[in-house]
Write a new protein. Sequence first.
Length: 156
Amino acid sequence: MAERTGTKTIAQNKKAFHDYFVEESLETGVELVGTEVKSLRQGRVNLKDAWCSVVSGEMLLNGCHISPYDFGNRFNTDPMRVRRLLLHKREINRLYGLVKQQGYSLIPLSLYFKGSRVKVQLGLCKGKKLYDKRADMAKRDAQRDMERALKERNRG
């Protein structure tokens, strides 16, 4: 069977970019069961409140909601179950050290198919304060106003 190539985004965590500064991102695999993959192909996933933790040397994805597959029966799993992320041991140790010592958080930024495999883009993030969020919104509004003014100028 031929391996498909290319990437197809399933879900993005837009709230993560609003609430955190993303310092670094990396690609990880995720351990799933068959009905979860079928549900992901339908796009039925929510990453909004998801986060990652390290427990006994394994990276785990918590709070990710994958809806049960409609046509699955007893093989459907708990939609909020904890899923294992596939990383090398030294990557897990490096990320765990940063999270524990420097106050970073590990937040899933997006979920996508790469070929036939499901991948998670994991972000090493630092939390934003309220004034940081306001500054970002002001910058975005100013950019939108400039683009609008340029569009009007080019029309007239």
